[in-house]
Design a protein around this ligand. Structure first.
Ligand code: ZN
Length: 242
């Protein structure tokens, strides 16, 4: 089996930690292996909730799960200047695409806030960063690759080649994101069929990505079936394996 794929769960946060971790563990049980988890670091919560969140993240790391930093708040709260495309992305995602179309300075500041929030949890910074809804801006990829080994958009994963260069160059890995969140209900069946076709075709290294909302929208048994299907066609890898 030459072809590979990533198996990811997005949007674990302090707000949903209990339910999300149980969903993550159930997917991993079906996969018979730990998976990659994209974590929203926003920690403006009660100390007890933060302790629980931190403990669950530590448990996932101990059990071999791979964590990625997933934005800062996963919600645009500041009234920043954005490009026209950035404004469009915000309205398409219900303001979730917090990095979309930001200028260089605002993008840098928001990324630094996300890193600071993560570090306040007392955990080592993950190796990869995923912008919410995969919307970035003209500056984000380079800003991320200064601090992280991996960046991704909707179509590709980028791996930094040279660790300490001012202008990090990156290897581009073709990787369609197979994701169901934010899609209108009538298109979910088509999206699942497309996901199966992409997993069957030899092209690229797809990311099969589940979100908390998928457990309601497409249901747990479909999520497990897609996971099993992917594993029957391709070998699951972590970002650190590329
Ligand atoms: Zn997300």
């Amino acid at each position: 089996m030459g072809s590979k794929f990533f198996l990811c769960y997005h949007d674990l946060s302090v707000h949903n930690a209990k339910q999300a971790v149980s969903q993550i563990r159930r997917i991993a049980d079906v996969a018979k292996s730990p998976i990659t988890v994209a974590v929203i670091p926003d920690g403006m919560q009660k100390e007890s909730e933060l302790d629980f969140f931190r403990m669950e993240l530590e448990n996932l790391l101990t059990d071999g799960f791979e964590l990625l930093l997933h934005g800062t708040r996963h919600l645009a709260i500041e009234n920043s200047d954005r490009t026209f495309l950035g404004k469009t992305a915000l309205s398409l995602t219900g303001d979730e695409a917090e990095f979309a179309g930001l200028d260089e300075c605002d993008s840098f500041r928001l990324l630094e806030q996300g890193i600071a929030l993560w570090e306040s949890l007392g955990l080592k910074l993950p190796q990869g960063f995923v912008p919410p809804a995969w919307y970035g801006n003209a500056f984000l990829k380079n800003q991320v690759l200064h601090k992280f080994r991996y960046y991704e958009d909707r179509f590709a994963v980028y791996k930094r080649k040279d660790a300490n260069s001012e202008n990090p160059s990156a290897q581009k890995i073709l990787s369609p994101a197979l994701s169901f969140a934010g899609l209108p209900k009538f298109s979910l069946n088509v999206a699942q069929t497309s996901a199966c076709l992409a997993l069957q075709s030899p092209v690229g290294t797809p990311r099969l990505v589940f979100h908390p909302v998928d457990f309601d929208a497409i249901g747990e048994s479909r999520i497990f079936n897609l996971t099993r299907f992917a594993l029957s066609k391709r070998e699951k890898i972590f970002y650190k394996d590329i």
